[in-house]
Design a protein around this ligand. Structure first.
Ligand code: ADP
Ligand code: MG
Length: 698
């Protein structure tokens, strides 16, 4: 679909200028200067000649077919130009011109009109408000960037033109190769999704890199990314942290979610490798573009100094990479050529007096261990080491193996030339060992992603039917929350065990209820105005006898009347006191772009402080449920510490899947949480102690 963006046989620059320094000049110059082999048509009202090319007063005056239009005219003329493109059967355009949505209300209107006009004219366009596009393989530099990257296999798209320039400038001195550079601008028409699909098809692109501030259609984005990321690594830097201000503040889930959680979950579920800095974006890109993936977590490190080796080892440990010693006979082999005070284990410290030959021998020995999935070579520029020769030895080895090698030659002045050699021959070199580890880890995780089995989705029958009535009533009555009893019914419909409960309006009724349920009991205030009951002293646990119940009833009701005189008190709920278990929270929230998400975390009153929670976008697969529990820092608590019994983790997983189904069944749920869900010992299930549901429009 985007064919003519990528391989145009002819390009028109509409708004080409004669004045150096003007964008309309720079773009034309870049196209010509960097060797574009197709035809170039400058369009300028005064015609004549620009940069040695015949110029035409308008598109219609060009006698030949044009594949791609680059539009640099003032914003007020862009719509007309797009119309003319259509008339000349040009189906692809890059609108460089600014002054659209980014500039305010008027600009937004103009952009909306532009979208309409382009549709009518049958023109797809990149931009507006962008830097242009570079394709190193067809030698097109239709941008006003200062320079042209080397030919390579990294395809980069960016919502920010400035970031394109920064990346380009960073890439130039090291001759880091790119296939395509696409500045997306306002993404009024061609979107990240279109570009991802196009780069996935592009045979010159091995790694897809993107900078985005937001996505349009979140669901579609995920779907496409999941498909593309199975074929090629997709590495994305996402900025723009905003709070979830628009959400109802009544539930924990809503307050905890935030937009970043949605992006994190979406990226993770679609196999996108998320980075948080430009440096990381770059570091990962060169690793993926140049080295094969490690097929497992086992890494061997060779270093000529202790400190960096330890730093790298620590970083591996945090990342989930493993450093095991080499096979015994290989350790013996190391002993034959390394000084006796060297370290023969992993990291292999070949000592500060090493030369290139020792590096080469040590690396070759390590390679003989087939269990090693990847290699890292660290170098501190000591007086004895021939840095250049070492670099050459490593690149020679790298060419012959199908396992990855990354290096960290530390320093600047004395390693500069070697670093260039490494880069040129496809061995990424990093300033610091941690960066090399982090890139290796990203490749390892990506390898897991592409090899993971298809996800499995469970389906639960007969639940929706039982809960429909409740939601219908609440919607019909225009309520935005479910009442206590309705919550009970919904949870019941979805198979959540709940403590036995009885409602009581008076002290006498409370005592009778407690007797019916059996001591000890819990008492909770019931009032439509009270959301968080214990915050205002509305929950009493462990009431052991009649006297406790009478006192509690008196205390709760007078206390609530005192501090919330306006609250309408219906009465109290008497509840069976559930034996102690682990308190967790789970819930549903709705993100404006990605839709429903499921949350999991440690429950109880510290949840908002610790924020130890994880999210997944609905529908959850069984694997998602499994992972999102294990992702939290408190997971070991569920496993049981210091002789505690293990909690029923399988029941938690199932509950998460049930909630996912509930969100699919009732799109009107905007927020829900169960807090706490009391988890019993393994095999004994969970009990939903307390829950809230907020509903809204479709
Ligand atoms: P709220 O969240 O509105 O303050 P909850 O119903 O969640 O009220 O009760 C607060 C806390 O009291 C719970 O987190 C839990 O620790 C404890 N609790 C409440 N009901 C029970 C029960 N039936 N059995 C055991 N503990 C309970
Ligand atoms: Mg609660």
């Amino acid at each position: 679909m985007l064919n003519n963006f990528f391989n145009p046989k002819s390009i028109a620059v509409i708004g080409a200028s004669r004045t150096p320094g003007k964008v309309g000049f720079d773009i034309l110059r870049n196209i010509i200067q960097y060797g574009y082999e197709g035809s170039v048509y400058p369009i300028n009202p005064s015609a004549g000649e620009i940069l040695g090319r015949r110029a035409y007063p308008s598109l219609q005056d060009v006698p030949d077919k044009i594949d791609l239009a680059v539009v640099v005219v003032p914003s007020k003329n862009v719509l007309d130009v797009i119309g003319q493109c259509g008339a000349k059967s040009i189906d692809s355009a890059i609108v460089i011109t600014a002054g659209f949505r980014e500039s305010g209300i008027e600009g937004s209107k103009l952009e909306a009109e532009l979208i309409g006009r382009a549709k009518e004219a049958g023109v797809r366009f990149v931009g507006p408000n962008c830097l242009g596009m570079i394709d190193t393989h067809s030698k097109i530099n239709a941008s006003f960037a200062a320079g042209m990257p080397a030919k390579g296999s990294i395809g980069f798209f960016s919502q920010s033109g400035a970031l394109c320039l920064a990346i380009l400038d960073r890439a130039l001195p090291d001759e880091i190769g790119f296939s395509k550079f696409i500045s997306m601008g306002n993404k009024a028409d061609v979107s990240d999704i279109d570009i991802m699909l196009a780069l996935a098809e592009d045979e010159n692109t091995k790694v897809i890199l993107g900078y985005i501030e937001g996505v349009g259609d979140g669901r579609k984005f995920m779907e496409v990314a999941a498909e593309v990321s199975r074929k090629k690594p997709v590495i994305i830097l996402k900025s723009g942290i905003t709070s979830s201000g628009a959400k109802a503040a009544s539930s924990h889930t809503g307050a905890l979610a935030g937009r970043e959680a949605a992006f994190d979950a979406a990226f993770r579920q679609s196999g996108i490798i998320r980075v948080h800095t430009i440096n990381e974006l770059f570091n990962y890109a060169v690793a993926f573009a140049n080295q094969p993936l490690p097929k497992g977590p086992n890494i061997a490190i060779i270093t000529n100094s202790g400190g960096p080796g330890i730093l790298a080892a620590d970083a591996c440990d945090k990342a989930g990479l493993q450093l095991a010693p080499l096979h015994k006979e290989l350790v013996d082999e190391l002993r034959t050529f390394l000084p006796p005070v060297a370290s023969f284990y992993n990291p292999i410290d070949i000592l500060g007096d090493s030369g290139a030959d020792r590096y080469e021998k040590a690396l070759n020995t390590a390679l003989k261990d087939e269990r090693m999935n990847g290699f890292m070579v660290l170098l501190t520029p000591t007086a004895t080491v021939d840095v250049e020769a070492t670099a050459t030895a490593i690149t020679d080895i790298s060419r012959t193996i199908d396992r990855p090698i990354l290096t960290s030659f530390m320093g600047k002045k004395s390693i500069d030339a070697a670093s260039k050699t490494l880069t040129r021959y496809g061995v990424p070199n990093y300033s610091y060992p941690e960066e090399a580890v982090s890139a290796m880890d990203a490749m390892y995780r990506y390898n897991l992603w592409i090899n993971r089995p298809e996800k499995t989705y469970s389906k639960f029958d007969g639940m929706k039917e039982k809960a429909s009535q409740v939601f219908e009533n609440a919607i019909r009555e225009g309520r935005d929350r479910l009442a206590e009893l309705e919550v009970h019914d919904v949870l019941h419909a979805y198979g959540f065990p709940q403590p036995r409960s009885l409602f009581a309006r008076t002290s006498e009724e409370a005592v009778a209820a407690a007797k019916g349920i059996g001591y000890p009991v819990v008492m909770k205030i019931i009032s439509p105005q009270i959301v968080h009951k214990s915050d205002i002293g509305g929950v009493r646990v462990n009431l052991k006898n009649k006297k406790d119940v009478e006192n509690a009833f008196f205390d709760i009701t007078t206390h609530v009347k005192n501090i919330m005189p306006a609250a309408h008190i219906y009465g109290v709920l008497i509840q069976e006191m559930v034996p102690k278990g682990k308190e967790i929270i789970m819930g549903i929230t709705k993100d404006p772009q990605f839709g429903h998400m499921i949350m999991f975390g440690l429950g109880g009153i510290y949840v908002e402080v610790l924020k130890d929670i994880s999210f997944r976008i609905v529908p959850l697969s069984e694997e998602d449920a499994h992972e999102m529990i294990r992702e939290t820092r408190t997971f070991p608590l569920l496993r049981g510490v210091r002789g505690e019994a293990e909690a029923d983790i399988e029941a938690i997983e199932r509950s998460l899947l049930v909630l996912s189904q509930m969100a699919l069944d009732f799109p009107r749920i905007i927020e829900a949480d169960i807090n706490p869900l009391l988890v019993q010992q393994r095999g004994q299930g969970v009990v939903a102690i307390d829950a809230r549901f907020a509903i809204g429009g479709e």
